[in-house]
Write a new protein. Structure first.
Length: 81
């Protein structure tokens, strides 16, 4: 599964530095236990759950992605602003 994070969801505007944004998101996911890979141009993340992943495991991955995005968009540093 690929996930592209953008600065503005409605206009699909990219971040000024997509690599920094993608890396911040990748680290936030990693810190919560989900391994991702950054793909070109840097704000596209690849998530590859095992074929035998249970529904609960997939739900956990989705929850981690949600937590990571929320943490980065509401942080005092404004990592994804």
């Amino acid at each position: 599964m690929g996930l592209k994070i953008v600065r503005d969801q409605q206009t699909a505007e990219d971040f000024a530095d997509p690599i920094a944004a993608g890396n911040a998101f990748r680290i936030a996911c990693r810190d919560r236990g989900l391994a991702t890979l950054i793909l070109h141009p840097g704000n596209v993340l690849f998530i590859a759950p095992p074929v035998v992943a249970s529904e609960a495991e997939v739900d956990q991955m989705v929850a981690i992605v949600d937590e990571a995005l929320t943490a980065l968009t509401t942080s005092t540093e404004g990592a994804l602003q």
